[in-house]
Write a protein of this length. Structure first.
Length: 498
C-alpha cells in the first residue's frame, strides 16, 4: 500500500492542537515561575552565557563568570536544590532581598568574590540558544524588565519553545499518519504532557527538539514524491546547521539525517532521477556546511579543538581512557546496562531537578516510563518488520525515527566509555554514565512518534482507545508532575514571593 504523506486538517483537529499548545505553555509558565534560581543543572552558567551574548561577547576560551552576572548570583540564588534549611549553621537565612542592604552586603560580596574566580565550563557550548535568549533578554530590557524579573523573563522564553514544539509534533504526525487521527493528535498531546523539567530552567537543551524536529519534518518531505526543491534543500540545510549549533549531543541525529538523505540519493540514482535533484542537494550541503564549518573554525581557533570538548574535560578533571580499558566499564554488565538505560529513559521524561539534594519524582512512575518506552518501541519495531500493509513513506519515517532514538542512546553510551571521570560528581567514577535524558531531547519528536505508534498497534488502531490511553497517560504524568514539583511552591525564593 503506497501513498503520499499528507492529510486534511479539520477545524476540530486544529483547535484540539491549539488546546495542547496552550496546555503545554501554561504548564511551562507555571513551573518556570514556581522554581527559584538557580537549579542544579548548571543554570548559573547558562544564564552567564546569555548575559555574555547579550553584551556581544562570544567566549574565546574557558572564561570566568561575567561581572554582569555576579549580582544575580548573589541576590537571587536559592540553596534549596542541593540543601535543606535545617542544614545551615546558625539557622536559615532566607532570601537576600528580604533583609536590609547593610546586613547582607558582606555575604553578597563574599558570594560574588567566589563566583568571580569560577570558570564557566559551558563556555564552549554552541551559540544558537544563547543568541536567541540574548535577543529575548534585550526585548525584556526594552520594555522595562529589571532585576529579579530579568531571570524569569529569560526562563519564560521556554513558553514559546514548548508551544512551537507541540505544533511541530502535530505537523510531523499529520504528515506521517495522514489517515489516523488518533496518532495525529496523540503525538502532540504526549509531548505537551511530558514533564521534562529542562523546560522550567535556562539551558540550551530546550532548543534541540525544535531544531531537529524541523529536520525530521524536512526529511519527510525528501521522501515524498515531487517535494524536492532548492527551497527544501535550503530549509533542510539550515535546520541541520541549527541543530548542530544548538547542542553537540545532536550530532548523532544529524548523522542519521544525512544518512537518510544519502540513502534517498541512492534510490534516486537507481531510478535514473539523481541529475534532477542535484540543485536541492547542493543547496542543502552549502546551507548546512557554511554555519557548521564557521563554528568549527571558531572553536579550533579559540579553544584548541573543533568541539571544545577537550577544554571542558580538562576543566572537569576528566581523562581519556585507552581503548583497551573500555571493556571493563560496567555498562557491559546486565546491572550496568539497566542502570544506564533506566536512568536515561526516566530522566528523558521527567528531567533532573533535585530538591534538598533528592531527585524530584516518583520511582514507580520512573519504572512506568522505562517499561512503557521499551515495550512500545519494541512493538513498533515488530510491526514494521511484519506488517507489509504500512504505507511505504510511513514505514521509512518510522525506521528513521527508530534510528534517531537508537543513535543518540549509542552515542551517549560511547561517551560513557571514553572517560575516567576522576573527582567529578556527575558523571562520576561510581556512576560512569552519560545518562542525563536532556542530552537526547533532540530525539523527542521521533521518540513520541514511535511511542504513540507502538501504543496504537497494541490497541489494534482503535482510535477511541488510543486517544483514551494517551489522554490517561497525559493526565497521570501531569498530576504526578504537579505533586512532585509542589515542593517548589513553598520556596520563599520563587517568582510568586518576589
Amino acid at each position: 500500500m503506497k501513498g503520499r504523506l499528507s492529510g486534511p486538517v479539520s477545524s476540530y483537529e486544529f483547535w484540539w492542537v491549539i488546546g495542547f499548545c496552550m496546555f503545554a505553555a501554561v504548564r511551562v509558565l507555571f513551573f518556570s515561575a514556581a522554581f527559584p534560581f538557580f537549579n542544579n543543572v548548571d543554570e548559573r552558567r547558562h544564564f552567564d552565557l546569555v548575559i555574555k551574548y547579550a553584551e556581544g561577547q562570544v567566549p574565546r576560551g574557558v572564561e570566568l563568570i561575567s561581572p554582569a552576572t555576579l549580582p544575580y548570583l548573589s541576590h537571587y540564588a536559592s540553596p534549596e536544590f542541593l540543601s535543606a534549611p535545617e542544614e545551615f549553621e546558625g539557622g536559615y537565612f532566607g532570601p537576600m532581598w528580604k533583609h536590609p542592604a547593610e546586613e547582607v552586603a558582606p555575604t553578597m560580596t563574599k558570594v560574588e568574590e567566589i563566583w568571580s574566580r569560577t570558570p564557566n565550563q559551558e563556555s564552549s557550548q554552541p551559540p544558537l540558544y544563547y543568541t536567541l535568549a540574548a535577543g529575548w533578554f534585550h526585548v525584556g530590557q526594552w520594555i522595562g524588565v529589571k532585576d529579579d524579573s530579568t531571570l524569569y523573563w529569560v526562563r519564560f522564553l521556554n513558553v514559546a519553545f514548548i508551544t512551537a514544539l507541540v505544533w511541530l509534533a502535530y505537523v510531523a504526525a499529520r504528515m506521517i499518519f495522514p489517515q489516523q487521527v488518533a496518532l495525529r493528535l496523540g503525538v502532540p498531546l504526549l509531548i505537551a504532557a511530558v514533564p521534562q523539567d529542562a523546560f522550567y530552567g535556562i539551558d540550551n537543551d530546550v532548543l534541540s527538539p525544535i531544531c531537529f524536529g524541523l529536520v525530521f519534518i524536512w526529511l519527510i518531505k525528501w521522501f515524498s514524491k515531487n517535494e524536492q526543491s532548492v527551497r527544501l534543500g535550503i530549509a533542510t540545510g539550515l535546520s541541520i546547521a541549527a541543530a548542530y549549533l544548538t547542542k553537540l549531543s545532536n550530532l548523532p541525529l544529524i548523522i542519521v539525517a544525512i544518512g537518510a538523505i544519502l540513502w534517498w540519493c541512492i534510490l534516486e540514482a537507481r531510478a535514473g532521477r539523481l541529475r534532477g535533484v542535484i540543485p536541492p542537494l547542493g543547496a542543502l550541503a552549502v546551507c548546512a556546511a557554511i554555519p557548521i564549518v564557521a563554528w568549527l573554525f571558531w572553536m579550533k581557533t579559540h579553544f584548541g579543538d573543533f568541539t571544545g570538548a577537550a577544554s571542558k574535560a580538562e576543566l572537569l578533571g576528566w581523562t581519556t581512557k585507552q581503548f583497551s580499558d573500555w571493556w571493563s566499564h560496567p555498562i557491559f554488565t546486565a546491572p550496568g546496562m539497566w542502570t544506564f538505560l533506566s536512568e536515561l529513559i526516566a530522566s528523558f521524561w521527567r528531567g533532573e531537578f533535585m530538591w534538598h539534594a533528592q531527585t524530584i519524582g516518583y520511582k514507580g512512575l520512573d519504572l512506568f516510563y522505562v517499561l512503557s518506552s521499551l515495550g512500545l518501541i519494541l512493538i513498533a519495531v515488530i510491526s514494521l518488520l511484519r506488517d507489509r500493509a504500512i504505507i511505504s513513506e510511513t514505514r521509512r519515517m518510522l525506521w528513521i525515527a527508530m534510528a534517531c532514538v537508537v543513535a543518540v542512546i549509542v552515542f551517549l553510551g560511547l561517551l560513557s566509555l571514553q572517560f575516567d571521570f576522576g573527582a567529578c560528581i556527575n558523571p562520576s567514577r561510581e556512576q560512569p554514565y552519560f545518562f542525563q535524558g536532556r542530552l537526547m531531547l533532540g530525539a523527542l519528536i521521533p521518540f513520541a512518534t514511535l511511542y504513540v505508534y507502538g501504543l496504537s498497534r497494541l490497541l489494534r488502531h482503535e482510535s477511541g482507545l488510543v486517544l483514551a490511553a494517551i489522554g490517561a497517560i497525559a493526565v497521570t504524568i501531569t498530576v504526578s508532575d504537579v505533586l512532585a514539583n509542589r515542593v517548589a511552591l513553598t520556596s520563599a525564593y520563587n517568582w510568586f514571593h518576589m
